[in-house]
Design a protein around this ligand. Structure first.
Ligand SMILES: Cc1cc2nc3c(=O)[nH]c(=O)nc-3n(C[C@H](O)[C@H](O)[C@H](O)COP(=O)(O)OP(=O)(O)OC[C@H]3O[C@@H](n4cnc5c(N)ncnc54)[C@H](O)[C@@H]3O)c2cc1C
Length: 311
């Protein structure tokens, strides 16, 4: 199976796949989970559309690339920070994953982990968790550092070591649906950094005459129940205790704490310098901070491996 292997079907991997397609380059995308989207998850409950992971974004950078995916009108402005508008997706962030996924025509292997990679002569060997191995010309690695560390151990042990000490914060997203008349005062969202809270009564997200509140709650290392998290959300925002929909999405290892440190920037430079030609390491654990960065970096990785393949 020659061409390019993309490891991971989150936003970065999907953007890379679409960009390779535009360059007419064959690819195989390998995703360990039974669904695409990675850390982006939008689910439906009793007529409510819930963003289970990211929900709001500062509109910094060039968001016009959403047009490429037919999402010109996909955003709503939830609030304004001192830097930019804070936006969400009218139909949930999953609309972005769906738009990318719809475009894919390449080879996709789901429910399968890449366990390691090797290199011999001018090609890479991909080893899958089921023991199958095959060769490929180039690799775009988008798996988070905690998985990439294992995958890179054979081919780049020093780089793997640098990815070993990543630390993550755990996060829960609590979603609460109410009949509109039961909620009187809704707090304004003034700055995403201090108020991880959003509400909507958009007909694309809630049944008629209802509204949806979504709250981010940091979770510590101690044991917490879903009911405790719902109680925390209700108390913090003075909400009625009888939502018609309540749901907790819990994400251990949601937020890479070590990503923005100078040590991380230094390690990334060292890792990138050591990567063999024909291999890119991109995604939110590395240099892609914003949603748009992740798309742009997936596309850029595709262009880099395309240039490598043409040599
Ligand atoms: C609760 C939560 C809230 C968030 N809030 C925000 C926010 O407000 N703003 C913001 O910008 N971002 C936010 N994020 C982060 C954002 O969702 C991610 O940064 C982004 O979706 C990551 O995309 P990615 O493709 O780089 O990585 P991922 O989505 O992690 O995708 C990587 C993929 O690789 C797969 N994989 C891993 N190992 C292997 C393997 N060995 N073989 C094959 N596949 C493998 C994984 O299953 C996964 O699907 C949040 C994330 C969470 C969880």
């Amino acid at each position: 199976m020659r061409g390019v292997v993309i490891i991971g079907g989150g936003l970065t991997g999907l953007a890379a796949a679409v960009a390779l397609q535009q360059e007419h380059i064959a690819y195989t995308l390998i995703e360990v989970k039974p669904r695409l989207g990675g850390s982006i998850m939008t689910t439906r409950h009793d007529g409510f559309v819930l963003d289970g992971s990211p929900m709001l974004f500062e509109r910094v950078g060039d968001w016009s690339l959403l047009r490429e995916f037919g999402l010109d009108d996909a955003l709503f402005v939830a609030a304004h920070s001192q830097y930019a508008d804070i936006v969400g997706f009218k139909r949930g962030v999953g609309a972005l994953v769906d738009a990318l996924e719809r475009r894919l025509t390449g080879n996709i292997i789901m429910r399968m982990a890449v366990s390691s990679i090797g290199r011999i002569d001018d090609c890479f060997t991909i080893c899958l968790e089921n023991g199958l191995m095959f060769n490929t010309d180039a690799i775009i690695m988008t798996a988070p550092a905690r998985y990439a560390e294992r995958i890179l151990r054979t081919i780049q042990p020093e780089s793997a070591l640098m990815l070993l000490d990543y630390q993550y914060a755990h996060l829960a997203r609590v979603s609460l649906g109410y009949p509109r008349e039961t909620i009187r005062d809704l707090p304004e969202l003034s700055d995403i950094r201090h108020a991880p809270y959003v509400w909507t009564d958009s007909p694309q997200r809630v049944p008629q005459n209802h509204l949806l509140l979504q709250v981010s709650i940091p979770v510590g290392d101690e044991h917490t129940s879903g009911d405790d998290l719902i109680d925390t959300a209700l108390t913090s925002y003075h909400l009625p205790k009888n939502p018609v929909v309540q749901h907790v999405h819990y994400w251990p290892e949601a937020d890479p704490l070590t990503r923005d440190t100078p040590a991380h920037q230094h390690n990334m430079t060292m890792i990138e310098q050591r990567l063999p030609d024909g291999m890119a390491l991109v995604g939110s654990d590395y240099r892609a901070v914003t949603l748009i960065d992740r798309i742009a970096q997936g596309q850029e990785a595709a262009r880099r491996v395309a240039a490598y393949l043409q040599k």
